[in-house]
Design a protein around this ligand. Structure first.
Ligand code: ZN
Length: 158
């Protein structure tokens, strides 16, 4: 039997999550199982077995749902209160709105501002000092936003 780790989240009065790390073998990849503090329900997570470090390529399976690391970040980080400056909306994460350029008069862009922790995509734009919303440089594609120094906008599909 794998060893059970009790996760309290800093509060010993709370019932712990019971977590087991299962080693992989020829048939099964390594997994992490977290059992509900109150019942037999559990979530089973299969991390990427051969991580490349690119969150858009690496994938994680959670309870049978396969998605990229980048997709899980988009979904889970705001819920967990990490890197979130926007709140969850009914439609999804963040809100699409019209952004005015900080220096470019009349240069408006419809989309949502990306948060710290989100991964930049080819379609994203940034507030260039030229006064326009320029495409992000190719070197930034797949990179994680580390600070709020630049305004990164993901244009909304129309
Ligand atoms: Zn339960």
């Amino acid at each position: 039997m794998p060893k059970i780790t009790r996760v309290y989240g800093g509060n010993q009065d709370e019932l712990p999550l019971r977590v087991t790390h299962r080693k992989g073998n020829k048939k099964k990849a390594p997994s992490i199982r977290a059992k509900c503090p109150c019942c037999a329900e559990a979530v089973v997570i299969f991390p990427e077995s051969r991580p490349t470090g690119n969150p858009q390529i690496d994938s994680v399976e959670i309870n049978g749902v396969h998605a990229s690391v980048a997709q899980w970040r988009e979904l889970l980080l705001p819920i967990l209160g990490i890197g979130s400056i926007q709140t969850l909306t009914i439609r999804g994460i963040g809100m699409n709105k019209l952004h005015t350029h900080p220096v470019g008069a009349g240069k408006n862009l419809f989309g949502r501002r990306l948060k710290i922790g989100e991964v930049l995509q080819k379609i994203d734009r940034l507030d260039s000092p030229s006064g326009d919303w320029e495409s992000i440089p190719g070197t930034l594609v797949g990179k994680t936003i580390k600070n709020n120094l630049k305004i990164y906008i993901r244009p909304a599909a129309i």
